[in-house]
Design a protein. Sequence first.
Length: 245
Amino acid sequence: MKNGNPVLKTVRAALERDPRINLHLWPLELELTDDHALVLQGEVQNIAAKKRALEVAGSTPEVNGIVDRMQIAPAERKGDGEILEILIRLLLDSGEFKSCTLRAIKKGQEVVVQSAEGADYPGGDLIVSVDDGVITLAGSLISLSHKRMAGVLAWWVPGCRDVRDRLEVEPPEQDNDGEISEALALVLELDPMISRPHQIRVGSRDKVVTLQGSVGTETEKDRAEQDAWCMFNVGTVVNQLTVSR
């Protein structure tokens, strides 16, 4: 359908009102399919803009579904092989996945990077791949916390343009606000760019994460917020952190 469609006009107007989305610098292509699914396509400045665009567009009553074709404009361009190696190193170094089998798709071939065979409590089977800067996470993990951590680590990789999270949680686990808050607190503890994670208070309600407390620099304040946006099933982040040196 053409951009003159009233539904597209409504969505575009809503996107323009959101302070995290800058359609003038980062224009998005909008298309409405015959069954009223909305296609969002283009580059955005960061994951906050991407998630807000999905949330805003998805809340439009006339839209029956979202097709996400947005990608992040990376601060630095890297080849798929380099992105994959950095991701593997982050996963292995985090310690959270030491009891997982880790597989990587390299040049079309599946390679076992780490085997959990013989582990007392196997943590799952994680399969990672990269295509044109887009990281795909597949397989299964033992908890939503592990799923969230894998997603955040993928977003941390320089050159990553998008993360497609196809991970299952086995056994299935009911998501809740407490789980989101605890997982983010763990992420902040592990983030080398956050110097005082114990001074950050994390709250979550209905997919809205609130950050309170203090950090040492504006860079840390922004980084903590980006960590929250990287989390699975987080729709909005309210950053109330203060900077105190």
